[in-house]
Write a protein that binds this ligand. Structure first.
Ligand SMILES: Cc1ncc(C[n+]2csc(CCOP(=O)(O)OP(=O)(O)O)c2C)c(N)n1
Ligand SMILES: [Mg+2]
Length: 619
């Protein structure tokens, strides 16, 4: 039974303090009197959630009070920030880079909606994050301020349940079920995701006398096995094909050695989606880099000519398979994925539904160790990769171009990104990429040797992710150094990082590539309609002054030459906190200013052609 809380606030604080101390000592009895909010925090602690990114509001003060006391006892850490979007990005980045779990706490209404919007990132990239949102009261006494203004029940639950999985703590004693459902999602073995726990304003402080803490679930550690399926058929297709391509998405990131064996045994080339960069070393001769709408010369060549596709852990996002026109000559698909619907996405498919690594481990021996002779294919692809390396080199050798907006020669994005990511490699810094041209040029340029060097949020391509991700550097239990490469458009979506990064001891550098516009969209407009519209600014904003306004931030002018940028990076690297390097960058039609486009995309006025090609291919 849930009864009202009979003890005073002072007594409650005292009691919570005692509970927290007992948890630290490991002797909290399993039956205790406590509020729903405290039981929730204890339940999350049991699952290893010790980091909270918060923007409290009237919808979450009760949970906030429990977190205050538990933080004082050293059980968890709370980072109050200035935007729920930033909070969500930081929690996502923490889980992504370090596997440490985090929760985002917001108020009801606008705060929750901002976090919900940003949760498109973990939903798209497959990252487990807890969201605790204040929600309308369960007694429905009338509209709560900031609830959705309709005479209907559970609207936030409907919205969040559309984005992912959600649970409303409408009935306090359902907590253990809520936490078990959340654990199953946030710690899912193959495709973790955001989980939304809605906290009605009036149940957060509900009193749970003699609550049995044993009910609270522990973190799940489930695993999935290898696919059952026709491996002999798969092996036969691989042997018979002349041009095999292995396309790796986010689900194949951790299968480096199995992928290398597959390449060796099938004489295939590998192309990956941006998120899977480093799945095998870029220097591996059979790695053609990224392929897709904005792929590479060699990656797209391989896609355009392959006759057999082995898809590994990819959900075939438009950008990665040219809106389903990416494999015009493919006769068969072997699709290895833990998700049945992803595995059966294409026609003419042999779907191997199971854990990617374990399935590859089972497929490789069936292929046998006799190398298949597909020399013509490997040679043709190797030539394209060499041409791509030359293409890249030309941009590094022509680093500056005259720019109209800046009225002088400035660095190109390809040159600046190459210099910065080379520097990051020597420093062992993690690189985060923000959306836009910065991101596309970035994934065309980086040459990662292993996963974890670059985090490019291409699932949702959410502007402001990279800079907000820097919060994870200081918050992680083992802090690390990161470089966030961002455009002027993306940075101004989440400039709160300047304050929150300084406050919460972020250790990294924001490299702001300023072309005075949302260049990726200007570029699309020009390619599609011959003219640009409403995607640039005429103002020259003093971003260094923004950075200087915050104590502890080192603001550096990166200048317009490779040397000046190098010098600034080195200075930034010596700074103990957060730094911002501003560089003007070129925007324009000069081919040396970009990395080119090699694929197709079902957007704007290209749709008719792309769709008709898709239907012609019929894959
Ligand atoms: C939150 C959000 N809004 C809109 C978009 C659509 N979008 C993708 S890239 C881009 C422009 C990015 O501009 P900037 O960060 O300056 O990078 P640039 O392309 O100029 O290098 C826009 C508006 C998005 N990805 N995310
Ligand atoms: Mg820009």
């Amino acid at each position: 039974m849930v009864s009202s809380n009979k003890i005073s606030q002072n007594e409650l604080t005292h009691q919570r303090t005692e509970h927290a101390a007992a948890i630290s000592r490991g002797d909290l009895p399993c039956r205790v009197d406590l509020t729903l909010s405290e039981a929730l925090v204890i339940g999350l602690l049991r699952q290893g959630v010790k980091t909270y990114f918060t923007v409290f509001g009237h919808g979450s003060t009760e949970v906030g009070e429990v977190l205050r006391i538990y933080q004082s006892a050293g059980l968890l850490n709370v980072f109050g920030v200035r935007s729920e979007i930033e909070a969500s990005h930081a929690a996502t980045a923490l889980r992504w880079t370090t596997d440490e779990k985090a929760a985002v706490v917001t108020s009801i209404g606008p705060g929750a909606l901002q976090a919900l919007a940003a949760s498109l990132v973990p939903a798209s990239d497959g990252i487990g994050v807890w969201y605790l949102f204040g929600d309308e009261t369960t007694e429905d006494e009338g509209f709560n301020m900031q609830q959705i203004p309709k005479h209907e029940q559970g609207l936030f639950l409907q919205m969040t349940a559309t984005m992912g999985r959600a649970y409303s703590l409408h009935t306090p004693l359902a907590l253990s079920t809520a936490l078990q459902r959340g654990a199953a999602i946030v710690d899912h073995p193959t495709r973790p995701a955001p989980f939304y726990l809605l906290l009605p304003l009036n149940t957060q402080a509900a009193w749970l006398p003699d609550f049995n803490l044993e009910e609270l679930p522990n973190a799940g550690s489930s695993t999935l096995g290898a696919a059952e399926g026709d491996y002999l058929q798969a092996a036969q297709w691989i042997r018979e094909a002349e041009r095999v391509i292995v396309k790796v998405g986010g689900g194949g990131r951790k299968a480096s050695s199995e992928l290398a064996t597959l390449l060796e045994r099938s004489a295939a080339v590998l192309v990956h989606t941006p998120i899977a960069t480093g799945c095998i070393s870029y220097s591996h001769p059979q790695n053609m880099g990224v392929g897709g709408s904005k792929g590479t010369l060699c990656g797209n060549y391989a896609m355009d000519h392959a006759d057999l596709l082995v898809a590994v852990g990819t959900r075939a996002v438009c950008q990665s398979d040219c809106s389903r026109t990416g494999y015009p000559k493919v006769k068969h698909v072997i699709n290895i994925n833990a998700d049945l619907e992803d595995a059966t996405h294409y026609t003419r498919t042999l779907a191997l539904v199971g854990d990617v690594r374990k399935t590859l481990e089972k497929l490789n021996p069936v292929l046998g160790s006799d190398k298949l002779d597909k020399t013509a294919w490997l040679t043709a692809c190797a030539e394209k990769k060499a041409a791509w390396q030359t293409f890249k080199m030309q941009r590094a050798l022509n680093p500056a171009l005259h720019d109209e907006y800046w009225g002088k020669p400035v660095l190109t994005q390809p040159a600046a990104i190459k210099i910065a990511t080379d520097w990051a490699k020597t420093k062992g810094a993690v690189c985060f990429f923000d959306a836009g041209d910065v991101q596309a040029n970035g994934f065309q340029i980086v040459e990662d040797e292993r996963p974890g060097q670059t985090f490019t949020e291409t699932g949702a391509s959410y502007m402001g992710f990279a800079v907000s991700a820097l919060l994870a550097t200081g918050v992680a239990s083992r802090p690390f150094y990161a470089l966030a490469l961002t455009g002027d458009g993306s940075f101004t979506m989440n400039p709160q990082i300047l304050i929150d990064g300084a406050e919460h001891k972020a250790h990294g550098c924001i490299l702001l590539l300023d072309n005075g516009r949302m260049g990726a969209i200007t570029g699309l407009q020009k390619d599609q309609y011959g003219t640009s519209f409403a995607t640039w600014n005429t103002l020259h904003v003093d971003y260094l002054a923004w950075a200087r306004a915050v104590p502890g931030i080192l603001a550096l002018d990166g200048g317009s030459t490779p040397d000046s940028l190098q010098t600034a990076l080195v200075q930034a690297g010596h700074h103990s906190g957060l730094s911002l390097i501003h560089i003007p960058v070129y925007f324009g039609q000069d081919p040396m200013g970009g990395m080119g486009v090699y694929g197709r995309w079902n957007v704007g006025n290209w749709c008719e052609d792309v769709q008709s090609l898709r239907h012609k291919i019929g894959l």
